[in-house]
Design a protein around this ligand. Structure first.
Ligand SMILES: Cc1ncc(COP(=O)(O)O)c(C=O)c1O
Length: 423
């Protein structure tokens, strides 16, 4: 790759589809386009391909093929898990939901909607490192809880959640445990089986598979109601199966399983190289969740108190693609709910920049990224050092500094990120 190719360090948002994925999808579109529910020969060929793909994906997830329900992605899987578990729980007088305060925005939005409709919802907080408060979890997980829902690892900070502990707590209280394992897949050896959960959401596009396909693993014997009614997926998810996407997912799963150990070691070494390189080049760099157990590929950092939009704009012009945890809405850029839950001030939360590495990231990419950051962000940090009071005051009160910086104008930055969401 030439030294002008942008360095993609945003793998938690999505990953580039692998060559084997593209080939499998093309084959699915070209030769296996018949409906797997049809009884004629092409339909049955499609069905056989579907069965084989289900087995390949189940092998990566550590579940039985029959436990896997294909969905349009992790968002749908999360919805199916929460709504289904609540419906099941209500039949036994369990009507409460308990989830972490740092869940993916789609799941938090669903919980908020359910709360508005009268479902009691409790949020488990995190400490200043992003680690789940297990003592609070113990207090909240009681006999009236239908579902405990937690992500396996946080998409913004990479901080891992104590899945096995929560499985124990949930099961002791008679509740189900759902894990949004979207960010665990391909970045951890933890599986559905080892985690001990009842429900497990994943998405193909985080492991170099296609977008718009994912799965919910439903523990054998759990009669979870469907979100979309229909005959497919053993009545658990209606709609003609998206076979090309499922074949792409299976190809990605095969590749992921084959290189997982090596990928984990590779990403761990490069994340360390990135963090130590950045801190050595720019001593104002601070890490979020530095003391927590994190994914091997995720570094959530701030450069002094510089606004993430400014930093990202400069990095992009220097050839480095990363992201922030902030979400834009009509009211302007909102600080990340994850960092706010960690007790970070709104100003410093808006300063968070996420670098997420992938299996194709090289040591050369990391060295280039560190050098680009030193050259592009260093001068801004000098300005910050020259006017520290404004930053310190704003950081502690959460107010805007009002200090104009060279680089991306706020208007340009917010239009660039008008529909941005943490992924
Ligand atoms: C933790 C987590 N959950 C859910 C999602 C949503 O996944 P999908 O894009 O497949 O709906 C994402 C990624 O965007 C994620 O990081």
């Amino acid at each position: 790759m030439s030294d002008t190719t942008p360095i993609y360090l945003d793998h938690n948002a999505t990953t580039e589809p692998g060559a084997e994925v593209l080939a499998a999808m093309l084959e699915g579109m070209r030769s296996l386009w018949a409906n797997p529910s049809s009884t004629h020969a092409p339909g049955q060929a499609a069905r056989r391909a579907l069965v084989a793909a289900r087995g390949q994906i189940a092998a990566l997830l550590g579940c039985q093929p029959a436990e896997l329900v294909f969905t349009s992605g992790a968002t749908e899987a999360n919805h199916m898990a929460m709504l289904g578990a609540l419906a099941l729980g209500r039949r036994q007088g369990r009507h409460r939901l308990v989830l972490s305060a740092v869940e993916h925005p789609g799941l938090l939005a669903l919980a908020e909607r359910l709360k508005g409709e009268g479902t009691p919802v409790d949020l488990i907080g995190v400490d200043d490192q992003g680690r789940l408060d297990l003592n609070q979890a113990r207090r909240l997980i009681r006999g009236d809880v239908a579902l405990v829902s937690v992500m396996g690892a946080n998409n913004e900070t990479g901080v891992r959640m104590p899945v096995s502990d929560l499985a124990e707590l949930a099961h002791a209280a008679g509740a189900l445990l759902h894990v949004d394992a979207t960010q665990l897949l391909g970045k951890s050896l933890e599986t559905f089986e080892s985690g001990g959960a009842d429900l497990w959401s994943v998405s193909a596009h985080k492991i170099h598979g296609p977008k718009g396909i994912g799965a919910l693993v439903v523990r054998k014997g759990l009669a979870l109601p469907a979100l979309l009614s229909g005959r497919q997926e053993r009545q658990r998810r209606g709609g003609t199966e998206n076979l090309p996407a499922i074949l792409g997912f299976a190809a990605a799963a095969d590749r992921c399983l084959a290189t997982l150990d090596a990928d984990l070691a590779h990403m761990t070494a490069l994340s360390l190289r990135l963090e130590t390189g950045l801190i050595a080049a720019l001593p104002q760099v601070q890490r979020y969740g530095a003391l927590a157990i994190r994914l091997p590929n995720t570094s959530c950092l701030r450069f002094g108190a510089l606004d993430a939009d400014q930093v990202l704009g400069r990095l992009e012009r220097a050839g480095v693609l990363a992201s922030s945890g902030a979400a834009c809405s009509a009211g302007g850029t909102q600080p990340s709910h994850v960092l706010l839950a960690m007790g970070v001030s709104p100003l410093l939360a808006k300063a968070a920049v996420r670098f997420s590495l992938g299996r194709h990231t090289t040591a050369h990419d990391i060295d280039r990224a560190v050098e680009a950051a030193r050259a592009a962000i260093g001068p801004l940090l000098q300005v910050e050092v020259a006017a520290p009071d404004a930053f310190t005051a704003a950081a502690s009160t959460g107010a805007s500094t009002g200090v104009a910086m060279a680089g991306t104008s706020p208007a340009a930055a917010s239009s660039r990120r008008a529909d941005a969401q943490p992924a």
